[in-house]
Design a binder for this molecule. Structure first.
Ligand SMILES: Cc1ncc(COP(=O)(O)O)c(C=O)c1O
Length: 448
């Protein structure tokens, strides 16, 4: 697709100006916030008020897994909101019961009972409390390159620099190194040994080890196959639970139902949101094993929200799970994901500023570098909470000028399109990334 004027070139319209004046932009210096009005969506595309159409190569915020016109989910939402828009959590609805049952079916192992909330953040908050209540211990070990949510508990277990302005967080959160072969001095399997030693040295005080099975917003970090099974062993050896945060990696993203399925691991607690409804409604879920569920028969489940199991949200969740199943979208993601992986590797071969390409299924990252031998990044961790644009932002902006929206986090382009994307649409998007990566190629350090 040929380059066109970016929306910024035509200036903000009235909606954009009003929004900018009265609504906070998230995670931003407000002077830099510049929202673009979206007026319609179709398939894997969206159109702005200027009439510019984009391929959505990141499922908005890695959540529109079903694309933007899943009729079954839209109908379920409309029907539910007309029939029974809301009942208190002490009542139930057919969709809530059936979605709880469906999640027990699609999640691995003995995961069988769900607490519903309205976001990934809340799903993680619930997981932290459940792990503490169940084990009677306080500490949570999580990793530096992670994002688990925005509220005080979930930002405290987050390792991403966005945690720093909120510190000190809740007590009892400890950070561990990550399996990041490209960017860390520690070998991924050594990092599990490190966690083993941490748990040993903490004594019997750790309730849970909390990880994203494949790290999402901190750069699509895929651990070696033996990493997650070993981590579960290490956690259990020390009397800690393994909590897997599947908020981004769940619901077909990896070509499996969940990221943990890629490694054949059954966590003790799993958190999910985003793809759970394909973003048609805000819904989070925290799913626990039979054994943990049983504990709360005789011990109070001291947690809840007004909108826990909100009828419209769970109706969307149920319809979304049915859509993944009926349209074989998980298998489809694995197949199309292979193609996406090949096309990304080709980009890597063509562009010297691509330092690393990694991922599984439709969950892929392109990490950039100024200097391939020294692996010098264009975007640093602290840029995440700094002002101004990085070269990685400029790469994404150039791709947008060529008709493709791609999210970028720190130093990595996050390629995570809807599971419905076709090979032809992938080709179109890759042409836009090809143009975008010329920006980073041109900004590389000249060899000494
Ligand atoms: C792994 C992970 N956990 C938790 C969250 C928080 O979810 P939410 O933004 O829905 O609160 C996110 C959001 O990106 C995430 O990627």
């Amino acid at each position: 697709m040929a380059e066109r004027d970016s929306p910024a070139d035509t200036g903000p319209n009235e909606v954009e100006r009003t929004d900018r004046e009265h609504v906070f932009g998230t995670w931003s210096y407000q002077k830099e916030v510049d929202p673009t009005e979206v007026v319609s969506t179709e398939g894997v595309r969206f159109t702005t008020a200027d009439g510019d159409e984009y391929i959505d190569l990141s499922s908005q915020l890695m959540c529109s897994n079903l694309g933007h016109e899943a009729e079954g989910v839209a109908d379920a939402v409309a029907e539910q909101v007309r029939e029974t828009p809301y009942v208190a959590p002490g009542y139930t609805t057919e969709a809530r019961a059936k979605l709880g049952e469906a999640l027990a079916e699609v999640t691995p192992g003995d995961l069988s009972k769900t607490f519903f909330s309205t976001s990934g953040t809340e799903a993680v908050e619930a997981a932290i409390k459940i792990a503490r209540f169940y084990t009677g211990k306080r500490k949570i070990v999580s990793r530096y390159r992670s994002y688990h949510g925005a509220t005080y508990g979930s930002i405290s277990v987050t390792g991403d620099p966005r945690r720093l302005p909120a510190e000190p967080g809740i007590p009892g959160t400890i950070k561990a190194p990550d399996p990041y072969a490209y960017g860390s001095s520690m070998d991924p399997m050594e990092s599990v040994d490190y966690i083993d030693e941490m748990l040993e040295l903490e004594g019997d005080t750790v309730a849970a080890v909390l990880v994203e099975p494949i790290v999402g917003s901190n750069g699509i970090l895929v651990p070696p196959d033996e990493y997650l099974p070993r981590l579960k062993e290490v956690a259990h050896d020390h009397g800690a639970l393994l909590v897997c945060d599947e908020v981004m990696s769940g619901f077909g993203r990896t070509g499996e139902w969940f990221g943990t399925d890629v490694f054949g691991v059954e966590p003790d607690i799993m958190t999910m949101a985003k793809g759970l409804t394909g973003a048609y409604q805000p819904l989070g879920a925290t799913v626990v094993t039979d054994e943990i569920a049983d504990h709360f028969e005789e011990n109070m489940f001291c947690h809840g929200h007004t909108y826990s199991g909100h009828p419209v949200a769970v109706a969307a969740g149920l319809a979304a799970v049915e859509t993944y199943r009926e349209e074989n979208l998980i298998e489809r993601a694995a197949e199309v994901g292979e193609y996406l992986g090949e096309r990304i590797e080709e980009l890597g071969e063509r562009h010297p500023s691509v330092g690393d390409t990694r991922g599984v299924g439709l969950f892929r990252g392109i990490e950039l570098t100024k200097h391939p031998e020294k692996r010098v990044p264009f975007g640093e961790r602290e840029d995440k909470i700094g002002e101004g644009n990085t070269v990685v932002d400029e790469v994404a902006a150039r791709a947008a000028d060529h008709g493709t929206y791609v999210a970028n986090m720190i130093n990595t382009l996050i390629v995570a399109p809807p599971l419905t994307i076709t090979e032809a649409e992938i080709d179109e998007a890759m042409a836009a990334l090809d143009a975008g990566l010329e920006v980073s190629d041109a900004a590389m350090e000249t060899p000494e």
